[in-house]
Write a protein that binds this ligand. Structure first.
Ligand SMILES: *Cc1c(COP(=O)(O)O)cnc(C)c1O
Length: 389
């Protein structure tokens, strides 16, 4: 391997079985959307995460969109959303003509703060405008602390959509991440822990709702010999070829989780002792997949910043990224309401200012990881790369 071969943040990692399933699709000419691979993939995912049913789709974004429509979110409605996330968590709220209100993170999980959620709901009730749904995001492989969030939402009778695009395979109190809310969504985009090159899944215990979503996702064709339509639909289904990749990928998921957790542990061992370096905590309620190794760097304590590290890595052809820029700081959402963790203390702002995601792909070699670690150490110790005492 060349010394300067590019190291990516989270590249696709194909296993042994994917080609066989894709070949099967070719051999039986099930190239069209839908077919036996789609059915198998849905059953396999539902079984793996512990949901009653699953609907495979063209993207995770499509899954969120359908979940919002199932909850009858429309123009004039409000939807509460995690602020620290990728924009795809929120765009479907705009597709439906509704208005997002952003909820801060908590320091323990980096996910939705139940303290902020309570304050937001009290204030929403006072203004006579409770949200139609809450979208909880499970970031970087870790579930949000769902129990308090579920309790609060039940008290107000508000359904939860779990955006588990980044946390497939993680657990919360022994349950699969994404199965605790009324609806859960996964993504199989190229950078996720498993991929179909592009795709998504909607899961729920409400099979009737999934049937409705399946109907909308296939252009909302009414029962008739000709093409009959009485509702707006979408072209949102996953192709049978890509579902074949998904079947193979899902079988490799346990080993992918193990690999990413091991990569995280190596980073912690090598960089954890550096003053001002704080890795994303793993909450005691479950297992994180460590989809991405994320940490914050306190510039007052460390002799460097997240931005300097990103720059130094980039100069050596290594990809790293800041933590997601919170939605309440995005120009797109500048007029939206934002509720911080505690009054005057925004956790997500600080995570964004100091946060860093390191190369975490399950195919990352020991040698490649060592390269990443050496760059960071030399930045901190000014060329000296000895372990510190
Ligand atoms: C990737 C991602 C999505 C969107 O998934 P796509 O399949 O790319 O549409 C949604 N939410 C989060 C948090 C993501 O990371």
């Amino acid at each position: 391997m060349q010394v300067n071969q590019r190291i990516y943040l989270s590249p696709p990692h194909m296993g042994q079985e994917e080609q066989q399933w894709v070949h099967e699709a070719f051999a039986t000419n099930w190239i069209a959307p839908l077919g036996p691979n789609v059915d198998t993939f849905e059953k396999d995912v539902a079984h793996y995460v512990g949901a009653s049913g699953a609907l495979s789709l063209s993207s995770g974004t499509a899954a969120i969109h359908l979940a919002l429509r199932l909850l009858d979110v429309g123009p004039g409605d409000v939807v509460f959303c995690s602020t620290l996330t990728f924009v795809a968590s929120v765009n479907p709220v705009l597709y439906q003509g509704a208005e997002p209100v952003f909820i801060d993170s908590e320091p323990e999980t980096w996910n939705m703060s139940s303290r902020a959620l309570v304050r937001a709901l009290i204030s929403a009730q006072r203004n006579g405008k409770l949200p139609k749904a809450v979208i909880v995001v499970n970031l970087y492989g870790q579930s949000a602390d769902m129990d308090p969030i579920v309790n609060i939402c039940e008290a107000y009778n508000i359904p939860i959509i779990e955006d588990a695009a980044e946390s497939l395979g993680a657990t919360y109190q022994g349950k699969g991440s994404g199965t605790i809310g009324k609806f859960g969504i996964y993504s199989f985009n190229g950078n996720k822990i498993i991929t179909t090159s592009g795709g998504g899944m909607l899961v729920s215990d409400d099979l009737e709702a999934l049937d409705k979503a399946r109907f909308w996702a296939t252009q909302a064709r009414d029962q008739a010999p000709h093409y009959e339509h009485s509702e707006v639909g979408y072209n949102y289904r996953m192709s049978n070829v890509l579902a074949g990749i998904g079947i193979g990928q899902l079988r490799a998921l346990p080993s992918r989780i193990q690999a990413r957790r091991a990569i995280f542990a190596n980073y912690v061992e090598a960089l954890g002792p550096i003053k001002g370096f704080n890795f994303m905590p793993e909450a005691t309620f479950g297992t994180s997949t460590r989809w991405l190794t994320a940490l914050t760097i306190n510039p007052q304590q460390a002799k460097t910043t997240a931005a300097s590290i990103i720059q130094a890595l980039s100069a050596l052809n290594i990809e790293s990224r800041p933590v997601w820029k919170p939605m309440h700081l995005q120009p797109l959402f500048k007029d939206c309401t934002y509720i911080s963790h505690t009054e005057g203390n925004s956790v997500s702002d600080q995570l964004f200012e100091q946060g860093l995601c390191l190369p975490s792909g399950s195919s990352l070699t020991e040698y490649e990881q060592e390269r990443v670690i050496e760059v960071i150490k030399s930045l901190v110790y000014g060329g000296m790369t000895h372990e510190i005492a």
